[in-house]
Design a protein. Structure first.
Length: 381
């Protein structure tokens, strides 16, 4: 009975996440990243059962990346997948470890950030080879909180990974079906259902910044038990956040001020200025909306999407006036002050002649920003 109840609870949370974040669509082919740990092994079992639900029509592959660490019990994974009738693909990525060894930090530890990027690139490659349109990772709710803490401590930003994210550069969608599952539920379900777990061969196992964050949060939960649920509420509450980013304004002159549109009201105002309906599918963490007010009233709007590291695509402008040129100059300043060089691309629906006056190459439809912006840009008069 405990075995059935533990899996039912996991499946109910997977179903809830699927419903709330629209993770799995009809006809999806999903590459599921599997390390052999408790999270990914249980997710294979859960997705197998979830695929049998009424009106759930999707297929998936288990994808294991052999990163070259050695001493990995692949036979256990093969036996499990064969028993569950789950197709398994093992990718030879042993060059990853060789590269990581060349970039050890001063403590002799391997760089987790480089490893993460290389693993994502490898699984994206496999996903394309298997004709998959989505990639699933087994990150759970506790992982999300740990990432939130790590980003605030080491990155100076309040951010964590998304339940669902589309990468335009690879035309793949990343999903996290376990996003609402607590780690303690996973541990319980793995034990009750005797899910085999492969011991990690990573040399950094349990000595990472994530492990430190896990211990810090564990101490916090013990001292303040209500904090766990409050952190959960924090991730989903879009009405009661009160930070500074939505209050920061940039004066453009002539009684004009520019802001990043973040609230639902400001986003709807931007699309009103675009004279188009809100595209929910395109609104994600890679979409930037800028709104200009004139004497407090909505005046101009611009939509930009991040399509790669240090590359942006301008997709919509509400006008082609001189003030819009000033807004574009501000946007270049706002993004370039964080890192450069940057490359801005133009969507095909935009007027080349207008953007050429703002420094864009008419043939390539691009503009390269390659300087350190120390001061705000001078504005056109």
């Amino acid at each position: 009975m405990k075995m059935i109840n533990s899996l039912k609870h996991i499946l109910s949370l997977v179903s809830k996440a699927d419903y709330e974040f629209s993770l799995i669509d009809d006809g999806d082919k999903i590459a599921v990243g599997v390390s052999g740990g408790k999270d990914s092994m249980l997710m294979l079992k859960a997705l197998k059962l979830y695929s049998l639900f009424p009106n759930k029509n999707f297929t998936f592959y288990a994808v294991f990346l052999d990163l070259g660490f050695g001493n990995v019990d692949q036979e256990t994974l093969k036996t499990f997948c064969e028993k569950e009738n789950i197709p398994l693909h093992i990718e030879n990525s042993t060059d990853v470890y060789q590269i990581l060894k060349c970039h050890k930090n001063k403590n002799g530890h391997l760089p987790c950030s480089i490893c993460s990027r290389m693993k994502k690139a490898a699984i994206n490659k496999v996903a394309h080879e298997l004709n998959c349109n989505k990639v699933a990772f087994a990150h759970h709710y506790d992982d999300a909180l740990e990432t939130l803490l790590m980003n605030s401590i080491y990155g100076g930003r309040l951010a964590t990974f998304a339940p669902k994210m589309h990468l335009e550069t690879t035309d793949l969608t990343f999903i996290r079906p376990f996003i609402l599952v607590r780690e303690k539920y996973i541990i319980s379900a793995v034990k009750a259902n005797q899910i085999p777990v492969i011991k990690s061969a990573c040399p950094n196992d349990h000595i990472t910044m994530r492990e430190e964050s896990k211990q810090m949060l564990s101490s916090l939960y013990q001292k303040y038990p209500e904090s766990y649920q409050n952190y959960f509420n924090l991730l989903l509450d879009d009405e009661h956040f009160d930070l500074w980013f939505d209050k920061k304004m940039f004066p453009l002159g002539n009684h004009l001020t520019a802001i990043k549109a973040r609230t639902q009201e400001d986003i709807l105002t931007c699309y009103y200025l675009f004279k188009s309906v809100v595209d929910e599918n395109s609104l994600n963490q890679n979409t930037l909306l800028y709104l200009v007010r004139k004497e407090g009233n909505p005046y101009l709007a611009c939509e930009i999407r991040k399509i790669a590291e240090k590359e942006y695509l301008i997709t919509k402008v509400s006008s082609e006036c001189l003030d819009m040129q000033n807004l574009l100059s501000y946007i270049e300043y706002d993004l370039a002050k964080k890192s450069n060089p940057l490359i801005f691309h133009l969507s095909d629906n935009l007027n080349d002649d207008f953007f050429e006056r703002n420094g864009y190459n008419k043939l390539t439809k691009t503009k390269v920003i390659n300087y350190v912006m120390r001061y705000r840009p001078s504005l056109n008069k």
